[in-house]
Design a protein. Structure first.
Length: 452
Protein backbone atom coordinates (compact mmCIF):
# COMPACT_ATOMS: atom_id res chain seq x y z
CA UNK A 1 0.00 0.00 0.00
CA UNK A 2 1.48 3.37 -1.05
CA UNK A 3 1.62 5.80 1.85
CA UNK A 4 3.00 9.31 2.19
CA UNK A 5 4.76 10.13 5.44
CA UNK A 6 5.63 13.64 6.58
CA UNK A 7 7.08 14.25 10.02
CA UNK A 8 5.73 16.47 12.75
CA UNK A 9 9.04 18.35 12.73
CA UNK A 10 8.62 19.08 9.03
CA UNK A 11 5.08 20.31 9.61
CA UNK A 12 6.25 22.62 12.40
CA UNK A 13 8.89 24.14 10.11
CA UNK A 14 6.47 24.54 7.19
CA UNK A 15 3.87 26.30 9.35
CA UNK A 16 6.47 28.56 10.91
CA UNK A 17 7.82 29.60 7.49
CA UNK A 18 4.35 30.17 6.08
CA UNK A 19 4.86 27.56 3.36
CA UNK A 20 1.60 25.86 4.36
CA UNK A 21 -1.42 26.62 6.53
CA UNK A 22 -3.09 24.56 9.22
CA UNK A 23 -6.19 24.39 7.03
CA UNK A 24 -4.08 22.82 4.27
CA UNK A 25 -2.62 20.27 6.70
CA UNK A 26 -6.01 19.31 8.08
CA UNK A 27 -7.77 19.08 4.70
CA UNK A 28 -4.95 16.90 3.41
CA UNK A 29 -5.22 14.69 6.50
CA UNK A 30 -8.97 14.37 5.93
CA UNK A 31 -8.36 13.38 2.30
CA UNK A 32 -5.87 10.74 3.39
CA UNK A 33 -8.25 9.44 6.05
CA UNK A 34 -10.77 8.82 3.28
CA UNK A 35 -8.16 7.29 0.98
CA UNK A 36 -6.98 4.90 3.71
CA UNK A 37 -10.42 4.22 5.18
CA UNK A 38 -9.91 0.47 4.67
CA UNK A 39 -7.23 0.52 7.39
CA UNK A 40 -10.02 1.25 9.90
CA UNK A 41 -7.72 3.56 11.87
CA UNK A 42 -10.40 6.02 13.01
CA UNK A 43 -13.60 5.41 14.97
CA UNK A 44 -14.72 9.07 15.26
CA UNK A 45 -13.79 11.95 12.97
CA UNK A 46 -15.79 15.13 12.31
CA UNK A 47 -14.39 17.01 9.27
CA UNK A 48 -16.20 20.29 9.96
CA UNK A 49 -14.95 20.32 13.54
CA UNK A 50 -11.29 19.74 12.69
CA UNK A 51 -11.41 22.31 9.87
CA UNK A 52 -12.82 24.91 12.29
CA UNK A 53 -9.93 24.23 14.68
CA UNK A 54 -7.45 24.64 11.82
CA UNK A 55 -8.96 27.92 10.65
CA UNK A 56 -8.77 29.32 14.18
CA UNK A 57 -5.09 28.30 14.33
CA UNK A 58 -4.42 30.06 11.02
CA UNK A 59 -5.94 33.27 12.36
CA UNK A 60 -3.78 33.11 15.49
CA UNK A 61 -0.63 32.50 13.49
CA UNK A 62 -1.42 35.32 11.04
CA UNK A 63 -1.83 37.69 13.98
CA UNK A 64 1.42 36.55 15.61
CA UNK A 65 -0.42 34.74 18.43
CA UNK A 66 0.58 31.12 17.81
CA UNK A 67 0.10 29.23 21.06
CA UNK A 68 3.05 26.87 20.55
CA UNK A 69 5.03 25.13 17.82
CA UNK A 70 2.17 22.61 17.63
CA UNK A 71 -0.49 25.25 16.99
CA UNK A 72 -2.56 24.08 14.03
CA UNK A 73 -1.05 20.61 13.67
CA UNK A 74 -3.48 17.63 13.58
CA UNK A 75 -2.87 14.97 16.23
CA UNK A 76 -5.01 11.83 16.53
CA UNK A 77 -6.19 10.53 19.91
CA UNK A 78 -6.66 6.92 21.03
CA UNK A 79 -10.24 6.12 21.99
CA UNK A 80 -9.44 5.57 25.68
CA UNK A 81 -8.48 9.24 26.21
CA UNK A 82 -11.45 11.33 27.34
CA UNK A 83 -12.14 14.18 24.93
CA UNK A 84 -14.64 17.01 25.31
CA UNK A 85 -15.60 16.99 21.65
CA UNK A 86 -15.77 13.26 20.84
CA UNK A 87 -17.31 10.28 22.62
CA UNK A 88 -14.92 7.87 24.34
CA UNK A 89 -15.82 4.20 24.03
CA UNK A 90 -12.57 2.24 24.46
CA UNK A 91 -13.90 0.47 21.34
CA UNK A 92 -16.33 -1.50 23.47
CA UNK A 93 -20.10 -1.77 23.70
CA UNK A 94 -19.69 -1.71 27.48
CA UNK A 95 -19.48 2.08 27.54
CA UNK A 96 -17.34 3.62 30.32
CA UNK A 97 -18.86 5.05 33.48
CA UNK A 98 -16.59 8.13 33.38
CA UNK A 99 -18.31 11.47 32.63
CA UNK A 100 -18.29 12.70 29.04
CA UNK A 101 -17.41 16.21 27.96
CA UNK A 102 -13.95 16.52 29.50
CA UNK A 103 -10.38 16.21 28.25
CA UNK A 104 -7.71 13.91 29.59
CA UNK A 105 -4.81 15.98 30.91
CA UNK A 106 -2.56 15.21 27.92
CA UNK A 107 -5.35 16.14 25.51
CA UNK A 108 -6.03 19.34 27.45
CA UNK A 109 -2.33 20.22 27.30
CA UNK A 110 -2.25 19.75 23.54
CA UNK A 111 -5.51 21.61 23.00
CA UNK A 112 -4.18 24.54 25.04
CA UNK A 113 -1.13 24.52 22.76
CA UNK A 114 -3.37 24.87 19.71
CA UNK A 115 -3.04 21.33 18.39
CA UNK A 116 -5.97 20.20 16.24
CA UNK A 117 -7.60 17.22 17.97
CA UNK A 118 -8.04 15.06 14.89
CA UNK A 119 -10.56 12.39 15.81
CA UNK A 120 -10.37 9.18 17.85
CA UNK A 121 -8.42 6.12 16.79
CA UNK A 122 -9.31 2.44 16.89
CA UNK A 123 -7.91 0.27 19.66
CA UNK A 124 -8.07 -3.21 21.12
CA UNK A 125 -11.17 -3.27 23.33
CA UNK A 126 -10.41 -1.56 26.65
CA UNK A 127 -6.68 -1.87 25.78
CA UNK A 128 -6.96 -5.48 26.96
CA UNK A 129 -5.00 -7.07 24.12
CA UNK A 130 -2.03 -6.50 21.84
CA UNK A 131 -3.34 -7.40 18.37
CA UNK A 132 -6.05 -4.75 17.74
CA UNK A 133 -8.19 -7.57 16.40
CA UNK A 134 -10.89 -7.20 19.08
CA UNK A 135 -12.77 -3.92 18.73
CA UNK A 136 -16.43 -2.96 18.52
CA UNK A 137 -15.47 -1.11 15.30
CA UNK A 138 -13.61 -4.05 13.77
CA UNK A 139 -9.86 -4.69 13.45
CA UNK A 140 -7.27 -2.26 12.14
CA UNK A 141 -5.08 -3.16 9.17
CA UNK A 142 -1.38 -2.60 8.70
CA UNK A 143 -0.50 0.10 6.12
CA UNK A 144 2.48 -1.97 4.93
CA UNK A 145 0.24 -4.93 4.14
CA UNK A 146 -3.49 -4.89 4.92
CA UNK A 147 -3.43 -8.67 5.42
CA UNK A 148 -1.23 -8.09 8.49
CA UNK A 149 -2.20 -6.79 11.92
CA UNK A 150 -1.07 -3.48 13.37
CA UNK A 151 -0.52 -4.82 16.85
CA UNK A 152 -2.17 -3.04 19.74
CA UNK A 153 -3.68 -1.85 21.73
CA UNK A 154 -2.95 1.53 20.10
CA UNK A 155 -3.28 0.04 16.63
CA UNK A 156 -5.41 2.79 15.14
CA UNK A 157 -2.88 5.41 16.19
CA UNK A 158 -0.07 3.33 14.70
CA UNK A 159 -1.90 2.88 11.40
CA UNK A 160 -2.86 6.56 11.18
CA UNK A 161 0.77 7.68 11.56
CA UNK A 162 2.28 4.96 9.37
CA UNK A 163 -0.19 5.74 6.58
CA UNK A 164 0.73 9.43 6.73
CA UNK A 165 -2.76 10.56 7.71
CA UNK A 166 -1.29 12.38 10.71
CA UNK A 167 2.32 12.79 11.81
CA UNK A 168 1.58 12.03 15.46
CA UNK A 169 -1.00 10.28 17.62
CA UNK A 170 -1.62 9.45 21.26
CA UNK A 171 -1.44 5.96 22.70
CA UNK A 172 -1.35 4.21 26.05
CA UNK A 173 0.97 1.41 27.13
CA UNK A 174 0.40 -1.30 29.76
CA UNK A 175 2.46 -4.10 28.24
CA UNK A 176 3.70 -2.51 25.04
CA UNK A 177 0.57 -0.91 23.58
CA UNK A 178 2.45 2.13 22.24
CA UNK A 179 5.61 0.26 21.21
CA UNK A 180 3.93 -2.79 19.66
CA UNK A 181 2.01 -0.93 16.92
CA UNK A 182 5.00 1.38 16.47
CA UNK A 183 7.16 -1.68 15.86
CA UNK A 184 4.67 -3.48 13.63
CA UNK A 185 3.97 -0.35 11.57
CA UNK A 186 7.54 0.95 11.32
CA UNK A 187 7.20 4.24 13.23
CA UNK A 188 8.44 5.61 16.57
CA UNK A 189 6.72 5.07 19.92
CA UNK A 190 7.73 6.22 23.42
CA UNK A 191 6.56 4.95 26.82
CA UNK A 192 7.57 7.34 29.62
CA UNK A 193 8.76 6.19 33.02
CA UNK A 194 5.95 5.30 35.39
CA UNK A 195 4.94 8.50 37.17
CA UNK A 196 6.47 10.94 34.65
CA UNK A 197 3.30 11.39 32.53
CA UNK A 198 -0.27 12.01 33.65
CA UNK A 199 -2.82 9.23 33.23
CA UNK A 200 -5.72 11.46 34.31
CA UNK A 201 -8.66 11.07 31.95
CA UNK A 202 -7.28 7.95 30.27
CA UNK A 203 -9.48 4.91 30.86
CA UNK A 204 -7.26 2.53 32.83
CA UNK A 205 -6.34 -1.05 32.20
CA UNK A 206 -3.90 -1.53 35.10
CA UNK A 207 -3.17 1.44 37.35
CA UNK A 208 0.38 0.47 38.30
CA UNK A 209 1.42 -0.53 34.77
CA UNK A 210 -0.29 2.08 32.56
CA UNK A 211 1.58 4.92 30.87
CA UNK A 212 0.44 7.33 28.13
CA UNK A 213 2.81 7.92 25.24
CA UNK A 214 3.17 9.35 21.74
CA UNK A 215 3.52 7.61 18.38
CA UNK A 216 5.18 9.63 15.64
CA UNK A 217 6.70 9.53 12.18
CA UNK A 218 10.23 10.52 13.28
CA UNK A 219 12.38 10.48 16.39
CA UNK A 220 12.65 14.28 16.61
CA UNK A 221 8.84 14.39 16.72
CA UNK A 222 8.87 12.57 20.06
CA UNK A 223 10.86 15.40 21.62
CA UNK A 224 8.23 17.92 20.50
CA UNK A 225 5.45 15.85 22.10
CA UNK A 226 6.85 14.71 25.46
CA UNK A 227 6.62 18.16 27.14
CA UNK A 228 2.83 17.81 26.86
CA UNK A 229 2.94 14.42 28.63
CA UNK A 230 5.51 14.88 31.39
CA UNK A 231 5.36 16.83 34.62
CA UNK A 232 3.28 17.15 37.77
CA UNK A 233 -0.48 16.84 37.40
CA UNK A 234 -2.45 17.29 40.66
CA UNK A 235 -5.13 15.02 39.17
CA UNK A 236 -2.70 12.08 38.99
CA UNK A 237 -0.98 11.43 42.35
CA UNK A 238 1.65 9.22 40.68
CA UNK A 239 3.13 12.36 39.07
CA UNK A 240 3.61 14.31 42.30
CA UNK A 241 7.42 14.23 41.88
CA UNK A 242 7.47 14.23 38.09
CA UNK A 243 9.89 16.61 36.40
CA UNK A 244 8.93 18.47 33.23
CA UNK A 245 10.55 17.10 30.10
CA UNK A 246 13.94 18.66 29.32
CA UNK A 247 14.75 18.29 25.65
CA UNK A 248 18.25 19.77 25.97
CA UNK A 249 19.93 16.56 27.20
CA UNK A 250 22.68 15.08 25.01
CA UNK A 251 24.86 11.97 25.32
CA UNK A 252 28.18 10.69 24.07
CA UNK A 253 28.91 7.21 22.74
CA UNK A 254 26.30 5.12 24.57
CA UNK A 255 26.83 1.93 26.55
CA UNK A 256 24.27 -0.65 25.47
CA UNK A 257 23.43 -4.06 26.91
CA UNK A 258 21.76 -6.40 24.44
CA UNK A 259 19.47 -8.72 26.40
CA UNK A 260 19.19 -12.25 25.01
CA UNK A 261 18.81 -15.85 26.15
CA UNK A 262 16.06 -18.01 27.59
CA UNK A 263 12.69 -16.27 27.56
CA UNK A 264 13.95 -13.59 25.17
CA UNK A 265 13.96 -15.60 21.95
CA UNK A 266 13.23 -14.05 18.56
CA UNK A 267 12.97 -15.14 14.93
CA UNK A 268 16.11 -15.47 12.83
CA UNK A 269 15.20 -12.51 10.60
CA UNK A 270 14.53 -10.24 13.56
CA UNK A 271 17.73 -11.30 15.30
CA UNK A 272 19.75 -10.67 12.14
CA UNK A 273 18.28 -7.17 11.86
CA UNK A 274 19.07 -6.39 15.50
CA UNK A 275 22.64 -7.70 15.19
CA UNK A 276 23.16 -5.66 12.03
CA UNK A 277 21.81 -2.49 13.64
CA UNK A 278 23.99 -2.93 16.72
CA UNK A 279 27.07 -3.40 14.55
CA UNK A 280 26.38 -0.09 12.79
CA UNK A 281 25.25 2.18 15.63
CA UNK A 282 28.70 3.22 16.93
CA UNK A 283 27.99 2.21 20.53
CA UNK A 284 29.75 0.13 23.19
CA UNK A 285 27.81 -3.14 23.33
CA UNK A 286 27.76 -6.06 25.71
CA UNK A 287 25.37 -9.01 25.88
CA UNK A 288 23.57 -10.22 28.99
CA UNK A 289 20.83 -12.65 29.94
CA UNK A 290 17.99 -12.26 32.42
CA UNK A 291 17.09 -14.98 34.91
CA UNK A 292 13.55 -15.94 35.90
CA UNK A 293 11.92 -14.32 32.86
CA UNK A 294 8.90 -16.66 33.05
CA UNK A 295 8.35 -15.74 36.71
CA UNK A 296 8.50 -12.02 35.92
CA UNK A 297 6.05 -12.44 33.04
CA UNK A 298 3.62 -14.29 35.32
CA UNK A 299 3.90 -11.44 37.84
CA UNK A 300 3.11 -8.86 35.14
CA UNK A 301 0.06 -10.88 34.07
CA UNK A 302 -1.17 -11.28 37.65
CA UNK A 303 -0.93 -7.54 38.37
CA UNK A 304 -2.62 -6.65 35.08
CA UNK A 305 -5.50 -9.09 35.57
CA UNK A 306 -6.11 -8.16 39.22
CA UNK A 307 -6.11 -4.42 38.61
CA UNK A 308 -8.18 -4.64 35.44
CA UNK A 309 -10.82 -6.80 37.13
CA UNK A 310 -10.98 -4.44 40.11
CA UNK A 311 -11.53 -1.40 37.89
CA UNK A 312 -14.12 -3.10 35.67
CA UNK A 313 -16.12 -4.78 38.47
CA UNK A 314 -18.95 -2.17 38.59
CA UNK A 315 -19.32 -2.00 34.81
CA UNK A 316 -19.05 -5.78 34.44
CA UNK A 317 -21.88 -6.18 36.95
CA UNK A 318 -24.00 -3.58 35.15
CA UNK A 319 -23.38 -4.58 31.52
CA UNK A 320 -21.44 -7.83 31.12
CA UNK A 321 -23.00 -8.40 27.70
CA UNK A 322 -21.43 -5.19 26.42
CA UNK A 323 -17.96 -6.74 26.51
CA UNK A 324 -16.65 -9.05 23.84
CA UNK A 325 -16.43 -12.68 24.95
CA UNK A 326 -12.63 -12.63 25.10
CA UNK A 327 -12.42 -9.43 27.17
CA UNK A 328 -15.14 -10.65 29.50
CA UNK A 329 -13.22 -13.92 29.98
CA UNK A 330 -10.07 -12.00 30.93
CA UNK A 331 -11.99 -9.98 33.50
CA UNK A 332 -13.69 -13.02 34.99
CA UNK A 333 -10.32 -14.80 35.22
CA UNK A 334 -8.81 -11.86 37.08
CA UNK A 335 -11.47 -12.17 39.77
CA UNK A 336 -10.15 -15.65 40.60
CA UNK A 337 -6.74 -14.35 41.72
CA UNK A 338 -6.29 -13.92 45.47
CA UNK A 339 -4.79 -10.96 47.30
CA UNK A 340 -1.76 -13.06 48.18
CA UNK A 341 -1.16 -13.61 44.44
CA UNK A 342 -1.06 -9.86 43.84
CA UNK A 343 1.29 -9.26 46.78
CA UNK A 344 3.63 -12.00 45.58
CA UNK A 345 3.62 -10.52 42.08
CA UNK A 346 4.57 -7.11 43.46
CA UNK A 347 7.47 -8.69 45.35
CA UNK A 348 8.68 -10.36 42.16
CA UNK A 349 8.37 -7.00 40.42
CA UNK A 350 10.98 -5.59 42.81
CA UNK A 351 13.30 -8.47 41.99
CA UNK A 352 13.14 -7.58 38.28
CA UNK A 353 14.00 -3.93 38.92
CA UNK A 354 17.01 -4.93 41.01
CA UNK A 355 18.25 -7.36 38.37
CA UNK A 356 18.01 -4.75 35.60
CA UNK A 357 19.74 -2.04 37.64
CA UNK A 358 22.47 -4.46 38.72
CA UNK A 359 23.44 -5.34 35.15
CA UNK A 360 26.16 -2.70 35.47
CA UNK A 361 26.95 0.61 33.84
CA UNK A 362 24.55 1.03 30.95
CA UNK A 363 22.76 3.83 29.17
CA UNK A 364 20.13 1.63 27.53
CA UNK A 365 19.04 -1.99 27.41
CA UNK A 366 18.36 -3.36 23.93
CA UNK A 367 15.79 -5.86 22.70
CA UNK A 368 13.74 -6.24 19.54
CA UNK A 369 10.36 -4.54 19.91
CA UNK A 370 8.71 -7.70 18.57
CA UNK A 371 10.17 -11.19 18.14
CA UNK A 372 8.54 -11.50 14.71
CA UNK A 373 7.24 -9.22 11.96
CA UNK A 374 3.55 -8.29 12.01
CA UNK A 375 1.52 -11.52 11.89
CA UNK A 376 -1.21 -12.24 9.36
CA UNK A 377 -4.71 -11.37 10.48
CA UNK A 378 -6.43 -14.38 12.01
CA UNK A 379 -3.26 -16.27 12.93
CA UNK A 380 -3.56 -17.58 16.47
CA UNK A 381 -0.04 -19.00 16.97
CA UNK A 382 3.51 -17.91 16.18
CA UNK A 383 6.73 -19.92 16.11
CA UNK A 384 10.17 -18.40 16.66
CA UNK A 385 13.41 -19.33 18.39
CA UNK A 386 12.15 -22.80 19.24
CA UNK A 387 9.02 -21.43 20.86
CA UNK A 388 5.36 -21.77 19.91
CA UNK A 389 3.25 -19.08 21.56
CA UNK A 390 -0.06 -17.35 20.99
CA UNK A 391 -0.06 -14.31 18.73
CA UNK A 392 -1.15 -12.23 21.75
CA UNK A 393 1.88 -13.33 23.79
CA UNK A 394 4.22 -12.90 20.84
CA UNK A 395 3.20 -9.24 20.61
CA UNK A 396 4.03 -8.55 24.27
CA UNK A 397 7.04 -10.93 24.31
CA UNK A 398 9.58 -8.23 25.24
CA UNK A 399 7.58 -5.08 25.90
CA UNK A 400 5.98 -6.04 29.23
CA UNK A 401 9.40 -5.85 30.90
CA UNK A 402 9.41 -2.05 30.66
CA UNK A 403 5.96 -1.78 32.26
CA UNK A 404 6.68 -4.16 35.12
CA UNK A 405 9.92 -2.30 35.90
CA UNK A 406 8.41 1.14 35.24
CA UNK A 407 11.37 2.09 33.01
CA UNK A 408 11.09 4.43 30.01
CA UNK A 409 11.12 2.67 26.64
CA UNK A 410 11.20 3.60 22.98
CA UNK A 411 10.67 1.66 19.76
CA UNK A 412 12.63 2.74 16.68
CA UNK A 413 12.45 1.20 13.20
CA UNK A 414 15.71 -0.39 12.02
CA UNK A 415 14.85 -2.07 8.74
CA UNK A 416 12.47 -4.14 6.66
CA UNK A 417 12.04 -7.87 6.26
CA UNK A 418 12.32 -9.53 2.83
CA UNK A 419 8.49 -9.42 2.77
CA UNK A 420 8.52 -5.63 3.17
CA UNK A 421 7.44 -5.57 6.82
CA UNK A 422 9.05 -3.35 9.47
CA UNK A 423 11.52 -4.61 12.07
CA UNK A 424 12.13 -2.42 15.12
CA UNK A 425 14.43 -2.13 18.12
CA UNK A 426 13.31 -1.39 21.66
CA UNK A 427 15.51 0.57 24.05
CA UNK A 428 14.90 0.76 27.81
CA UNK A 429 16.39 3.51 29.93
CA UNK A 430 16.88 3.99 33.64
CA UNK A 431 13.85 5.11 35.66
CA UNK A 432 13.06 8.80 35.18
CA UNK A 433 15.94 9.16 32.72
CA UNK A 434 13.51 9.64 29.83
CA UNK A 435 15.54 12.49 28.34
CA UNK A 436 18.72 10.42 28.35
CA UNK A 437 16.90 7.52 26.72
CA UNK A 438 15.59 9.74 23.93
CA UNK A 439 19.13 11.09 23.41
CA UNK A 440 20.53 7.55 23.18
CA UNK A 441 17.80 6.64 20.69
CA UNK A 442 18.74 9.73 18.70
CA UNK A 443 22.39 8.65 18.62
CA UNK A 444 21.44 5.20 17.33
CA UNK A 445 18.86 6.50 14.87
CA UNK A 446 21.29 9.04 13.35
CA UNK A 447 24.04 6.44 12.96
CA UNK A 448 21.72 3.93 11.32
CA UNK A 449 20.34 6.52 8.93
CA UNK A 450 23.83 7.81 8.09
CA UNK A 451 24.87 4.24 7.28
CA UNK A 452 22.18 4.13 4.60
Amino acid sequence: MQTETETLTQQIAALRSGAISSTFLVERALDRAVRFKALNAFVALEPAHVISQAKAADVRRAEGRALSVLDGIPIAVKDNYLTQDYPTTACSRALPLEPAGMDATVVANLRSAGAVIFGKTNMHEWAYGATNSTSSFGPTRNPHNPDRITGGSSGGSGAAVAAGIVAAALGSDTGGSVRIPAGACGIYGFKPSYGRASRHGILPLSWSLDAPGPLAAALDDIGHLLPFFCGVDPKDPATRRAMPFDGAVSVGRPRLIHLAGEGLERSAEVDAAIQSALSRCNADITVAALTNVASYFAAWEAILHCEASAYHAPLLERNAAGYSAVTRAHLEAGKLLAGVDLLKAQQIRGDLVRQLVDLGNWDALVLPTLPIVAPRAGEEWQEFGGRRVTTQDSMTWFCWIGNLAGFPCISIPIGMSPDGLPISMMLMGRPNADEQLLAVAGWIDRNLRADH
